[in-house]
Design a protein. Structure first.
Lengths: 257, 274, 352
């Protein structure tokens, strides 16, 4: 019993640690006072000025564009690559996996800088350089999520289907795809998470006027704290909460089925 | 004939590897091993022994180590408690710890700034209790705080994953054979979760060692980590050769710590967040 | 279901890449890439320019002149127009990076105070390259409830242990070194390593007292009451005084730095006429007034100055008195070795 209470307390402390800062941001976003610690009444004006702030809106749209484009492309390239790697002999496989691990193992700052050196040599920094950089660190996550699923699939079922006259594409769709689908999906989600949260690599590879939320907030924070940032935090937290609730609900429904 | 075709699917990725993974590494090596005029030199690598750089490297190592240890101490009991709760939906746990990660990490740091600043939330609470104010923000401790906050989920999830894979029948069997709780912990739980712990350590230690943003925002320009030195060489003083040289050193450090961990980590799973 | 998801994904992808491409090709023709200090241009004014001319502006900000130099020199982004401080402009002019301005395309240039144009001679001797934007001083912003006015007449107050943890210093190499150099009665353009070392020792001594090294955050931190003393640019101080009560600003009697920030057109400019169109736009009275309200530094724009009320004109935080100006020095650009020395000292100070 004592142990149970003890563990409950421990859990609450960690939860508090994780969520207290977020709670502070949410409370402050409704605070009708520019000073940070005094409560000046309830207001929604920071939300209104947030929606009028073009810098923030543009960064938000840019973040979505980059994240979605990079994750979708990474999922396609990565899944294809995983299938290719899976079919390789052990030596080729080892080389490919080694290279795949580089962006995962390397520190963000080193990856960012090395990509910047590349881009500066051959092109101008802009939207596409950020996209390429994001793809580079997204693809490995997709590959590492798809490969284990491919290892579980039976090669014979696929070959049997071919022998029975199925086209490779049809056989793939009917036999391999259902097995690797969860891997592809979780790889995609990993890519989205990584792209959304990335700062360092975007920071080094972005061009003028290209800002994701991370880099925009960084520039803004270094100019002082605006209450609009609290409102933005609350909205982003709300979006994340809803998205994860939906996903959680769907997966638990699936589990029951 | 057909086998060959399937391997071709990796074609775009191979091009990608060469163009965007290997070539940048070659470039960083090229810059790091040459001076301003393009002549070959080891000076940039050796400049890590310059007292300033050495100091910030050792300081980064210290902070990263403290951060990793705190994360481990916080995360391990937590994972055990969560595991003992026999949750029906494992995804709930993942959910709770992933949720803060989905909010932009810059904003999470902003929250700490508000809590820790001189006239911030914590100091106001202290003042209302009649306690003297303390300077929390813009100190190395604030940076460690921020790091722990940002990286804690990376420690919890792999350990929890490893723990939840331990079959209850194993523990029951040990119990039946007369092992007490302590023995069960040391003989079963700990050895079977070591891989999770190791991947957790890597996932916390490496970003903590190389971070420059957290120290910029919570250190008030007073905490110079090796990441900050590199960033400054690239973004302010424009000594790309030196910056690349230091990056190579950092890369070596990261690879070395990985290799060290990997030799101790046999089954290499447990990194999956999802 | 699966098919639907795939279709949607493909569609989305198509849209995204398509908009991405079309954007960039149009942008090449009709954009201006501008690099400026943080908080140094009213975003609404930028929008007005875009609406009036149909030119898209890619706007980037930086914190210190050194950062700007790197961003520009990296060559990774072709800037059309830059704004920075005196000594950095001088350095770039000497390196041949600056294009001559065609003032005929900037009729509104007539609004600029000739005195300030004359003062620019230290970095633009023949007035060929630059257009003054704002000018000001570096001084101490202090909380009048905590620090008595008599103490801030000298830089010494920044070494007073009473204020431990309550001092904000500039996070920019030259502005930070300026304080101990002036305290030691050296020039702010000191290049003698021995003298600089002495100044650095003072900064080392001061470091335990310092709350943070900030640039653009300073005003906000002072308003929030997180520090009692801060070394800031005059405009930052004026803005802080407007927002928060109990804040005072002085330029200590040992002297300080007088700076002039100006616009110039770099060699990488792709369309000089458009850049000059923008410069003309910002010299227009309504826009200059907007920017003055937003930025709050001393404006060299005579029409804007004349339209101000007496209170603002007499605000010595914004418009320094002649006495203060005479007591201040202007930065001179450093050569490669001197810059390296400054950077080295800076890194030494920062490493714990």
């Amino acid at each position: 019993m004592v142990k149970k209470i003890g563990s409950r307390i421990y859990l609450s402390i960690i939860f508090l640690f994780l969520y207290l800062p977020i709670l502070v941001l949410i409370v402050l976003s409704f605070n009708n006072s520019k000073t940070r610690v005094k409560w000046g009444g309830f207001t929604l004006k920071w939300y209104a000025s947030l929606l009028e702030n073009e810098t923030i809106i543009e960064a938000f749209v840019m973040t979505l564009q980059i994240t979605l484009t990079a994750s979708i492309l990474a999922t396609i390239i990565g899944t294809l690559a995983a299938i290719g790697i899976h079919a390789m002999k052990s030596k080729g496989k080892a080389i490919m996996l080694g290279a795949t691990n580089i962006p995962l193992l390397n520190a963000d700052i080193v990856t960012g800088i090395s990509m910047m050196l590349l881009f500066v040599r051959f092109t101008e920094l802009g939207f596409s350089t950020v996209l390429i950089a994001h793809l580079t660190f997204d693809i490995p996550y997709v590959i590492l999520n798809v490969l284990p699923k491919l290892n579980q699939t039976s090669k014979y079922a696929y070959e049997a289907a071919l022998d029975l006259g199925a086209t490779p594409l049809y056989a793939f769709y009917k036999i391999v795809w259902p097995d690797i689908r969860p891997g592809v999906f979780s790889g995609f989600l990993m890519a989205v998470t990584m792209s959304l949260d990335d700062f360092s690599i975007t920071y080094f590879t972005k061009g003028a006027g290209v800002n994701t939320l991370s880099t925009m907030i960084y520039t803004e924070l270094r100019k002082g704290i605006k209450p609009e940032m609290y409102a933005l935090s609350t909205i982003l937290f709300g979006i994340a909460l809803i998205l994860l609730l939906v996903m959680n609900y769907r997966s638990s429904k699936k589990a029951i089925n | 004939m057909f086998k060959l075709k399937k391997q071709f699917l990796a074609g775009p990725y191979i091009v990608w590897i060469i163009g965007f993974i290997l070539l940048p590494i070659v470039l960083i090596l090229f810059y790091g091993l040459s001076d301003y005029h393009g002549n070959f030199t080891f000076d940039n690598l050796l400049s890590i022994f310059d007292p300033i750089h050495m100091k910030s490297l050792l300081f980064s190592l210290r902070l990263a180590l403290i951060c990793t240890v705190i994360c481990l101490i916080l995360a391990y009991p937590l994972a055990m408690i969560l595991n003992s709760m026999h949750l029906k939906h494992q995804s709930f746990v993942v959910f709770v710890f992933v949720l803060p990660m989905w909010m932009n990490f810059m904003l999470r740091i902003l929250a700490w700034k508000l809590l820790l600043s001189n006239n911030g939330v914590i100091n106001n609470i202290l003042a209302s209790l009649g306690l003297p104010a303390i300077q929390l923000l813009n100190t190395p401790s604030a940076v460690v705080f921020g790091m722990v906050y940002d990286y804690l989920p990376f420690m919890i999830l792999p350990i929890y994953n490893a723990m939840s894979r331990i079959g209850h029948d194993i523990i029951d069997a040990a119990r039946d054979l007369g092992a007490n709780q302590v023995q069960v912990f040391f003989k079963i739980t700990m050895p079977l979760t070591i891989s999770g712990v190791l991947s957790g350590i890597i996932m916390v230690f490496v970003p903590a060692l190389t971070s420059f943003v957290i120290s910029n925002l919570l250190g008030g320009g007073k905490v110079l980590l090796i990441g900050n030195v590199i960033e400054q060489e690239f973004m302010q003083t424009m000594d790309w050769n030196l910056g690349s040289g230091l990056s190579i050193v950092l890369m070596i450090f990261v690879i070395a710590s990985m290799a060290f961990m990997n030799t101790h980590n046999k089954d290499g799973e447990g990194t999956a967040v999802w | 279901m699966k098919k639907h998801i795939l279709c949607i994904a493909a569609l989305l992808l198509g849209c995204l890449t398509f908009t991405g491409c079309s954007d960039s090709s149009v942008e090449e023709e009709n954009t201006l890439t501008i690099l400026n200090y943080g908080k140094y241009f009213d975003p609404d004014a930028l929008q007005i320019f875009e609406e009036e001319t149909g030119i898209t502006i890619k706007y980037e900000e930086y914190e210190s002149p050194e950062e700007m130099y790197t961003k520009y020199k990296a060559g990774s982004i072709d800037y059309d127009l830059l704004c920075t401080s005196d000594y950095m402009i001088h350095k770039l002019i000497e390196e041949g990076e600056v294009l001559e301005m065609n003032y005929d395309n900037i009729p509104e240039y007539k609004n600029i105070d000739p005195d300030i144009i004359d003062s620019s001679a230290s970095f633009d001797a023949e007035h060929k390259y630059t257009l003054p934007y704002f000018y000001g001083t570096v001084g101490i912003l202090y909380d009048t409830n905590v620090v008595p006015e008599s103490e801030v007449q000298t830089w010494d107050v920044l070494w007073d242990e009473k204020y431990t943890g309550n001092i904000v210093m500039p996070n920019s190499v030259r502005d930070c070194l300026l304080v101990p150099l002036k305290r030691l009665n050296y020039s702010i353009n000191e290049t003698n390593e021995k003298h600089l070392r002495k100044a650095l020792d003072l900064l080392f001594e001061q470091k335990p007292l310092v709350y943070a090294y900030f640039v653009d955050e300073t005003a906000d931190e002072m308003i929030a009451g997180n520090a009692a003393l801060a070394v800031v640019y005059s405009g930052e101080a004026a803005y802080a005084q407007d927002e928060g009560e109990n804040l005072g600003y002085t330029v200590p009697e040992e002297g300080s730095n007088l700076w002039i920030d100006s616009w110039f057109i770099p060699k990488t400019c792709k369309n000089q006429e458009k850049a000059e169109l923008f410069l003309n736009f910002l010299c227009r009275e309504d826009i200059a007034a907007m920017n003055f309200d937003y930025v709050y530094y001393a404006t060299p724009h005579t029409a804007v100055y004349n339209s101000l009320d007496e209170e603002s004109k007499n605000n010595t935080t914004i418009f320094p008195t002649q006495e203060t100006i005479d007591n201040c020095e202007v930065y001179v650009s450093l050569d490669r070795e001197e810059t390296a020395l400054y950077n080295k000292l800076w890194k030494e100070l920062k490493s714990y």
